[in-house]
Write a protein that binds this ligand. Structure first.
Ligand code: ZN
Length: 402
């Protein structure tokens, strides 16, 4: 048994006035008491000066990629041992940054599931989708999840279920990182996507759809998906997500993960933004900055309708998206006008619920796993505190520094 005490404590949903003492035993939170709580004699207490909060989620990662240029594509050609090494390294980078749970939405060869099930101490909990389902030559086809036609779609979903995935990921639109695919369009027809979702739901699996295009968002909604990734709203006339679409997202309870967050220093070190990305934006007269502003405006309208916003970086997908920068995705929300509470909630309690782990982690609450992050600074008025982790516990086990 041990105690952790801090003057500022965010419990996953709100700040607790006056701080708190959190009691941990056997990997589980046993109590969340006042800062002045007199702990039992046998219980050592560490008093921190900063902010204590639940460990963070990165709800969109590609553990098989080291985030180097073309890293995701290369993973599709590596042997299992090499892929496993990258997965563990990615997890370490996530862990030391304060991430205690990742949701992997783009695996190769089901290696992420193998690592998930190998119970490595001190590495983040994994929710895994296996190889994402896509059309022939479609977005991320090189990860091995190509399906062609309704029969193959159903078979692939059932095969994923047999192998033990936690969620099905489908590429509803093309993507920026796969040459020859169209992020403005759709990849499947509506009936195919419905068959995919119905089959997944039939075996109890949620579905999240990658959708950059407005057409892809609409199609995913009509098919009944549970979450939409990116949610960019690309149309030939700009970034546009009309009110009726947002109303449908809210009514359906679909969680949106805008995959914000990138390391601008890494962007600057590259000769130019990735070609496909800049080409896509140029096609509609936008650059990175104006596109980001337009996206944040969409997210504010989404939030005002009560839509659940989840934080995930798309870590591993590109050089500007390394593992371990979820704090920047949270900060991007506050820069876009969100309160610190709403922004951090999107990476804790809301993310946990969206990943169907709300009764396991994501809050400082007795009975939940002891996934705890302590950061340097007062998070209540300084979002950059999230970039300064000083202690990370995953199921009560301290994460070894790198
Ligand atoms: Zn992705």
């Amino acid at each position: 048994m041990r105690g952790l005490r801090a003057p500022t404590v965010f419990n996953g949903e709100r700040f607790l006035p006056g701080g708190a003492t959190v009691i941990v035993a056997d990997g589980v939170i046993k109590g969340v008491e006042s800062a002045a709580y007199a702990v039992p004699d046998h219980c050592p207490v560490t008093a921190f000066g900063g902010t204590m909060l639940p460990g963070l989620f990165d709800a969109h990662v590609h553990l098989v990629s080291d985030s180097s240029l073309g890293g995701l594509e290369r993973a599709g050609a590596l042997d299992a041992e090499a892929v496993d090494e990258i997965i563990v390294q990615s997890l370490r980078q996530q862990a030391v940054s304060g991430v205690t749970t990742v949701r992997d939405l783009g695996d190769v060869g089901y290696r992420t599931l193998a690592v998930r099930d190998s119970s490595r101490v001190g590495l983040p909990r994994i929710r895994a989708a296996g190889p994402p389902l896509t059309v022939p030559d479609g977005h991320c086809h090189y990860l091995g999840g190509v399906v062609d036609g309704p029969r193959a779609i159903r078979a692939a979903v059932l095969d994923h279920e047999q192998r033990g995935v936690d969620v099905i990921k489908v590429m509803a639109s093309g993507g920026m990182t796969t040459v020859g695919t169209d992020p403005f369009g759709v990849q499947f027809d509506g009936a195919e996507l419905r068959a995919l979702v119905d089959t997944a739901h039939g075996v109890g699996l949620p579905v999240v759809a990658h959708a950059h295009s407005l057409a892809g968002i609409r199609q995913a909604l009509a098919a009944g998906v549970d979450g939409i990734e990116h949610f960019t709203g690309l149309t030939e006339t700009g970034i546009r997500v009309p009110d009726d679409v947002l109303d449908d997202v809210a009514a359906a309870g679909v969680a949106v993960n805008p995959t914000l967050g990138f390391d601008s220093g890494l962007f600057a070190s590259m000769p130019a933004p990735p070609q496909a990305l800049s080409a896509s934006l140029k096609r509609i007269g936008l650059d990175l900055e104006t596109a980001q502003a337009a996206r944040l405006a969409v997210l504010r309208r989404a939030h005002s309708r009560g839509i659940q916003l989840v934080t995930g970086v798309d870590a591993g997908a590109a050089p500007a998206k390394p593992h371990g920068i979820v704090s920047l995705a949270v900060a991007a929300l506050t820069e876009g006008g969100f309160s610190i509470v709403d922004a951090v909630t999107s990476a804790t309690a809301v993310a946990a619920r969206a990943c169907h782990l709300g009764d396991v982690t994501g809050r400082l609450e007795p009975g939940l796993d002891a996934d705890i992050l302590v950061v340097d600074g007062n998070l209540a008025n300084d979002i950059t505190a999230l970039q300064r982790p000083v202690e990370v516990l995953i199921r009560g086990d301290p994460v070894a520094p790198q």
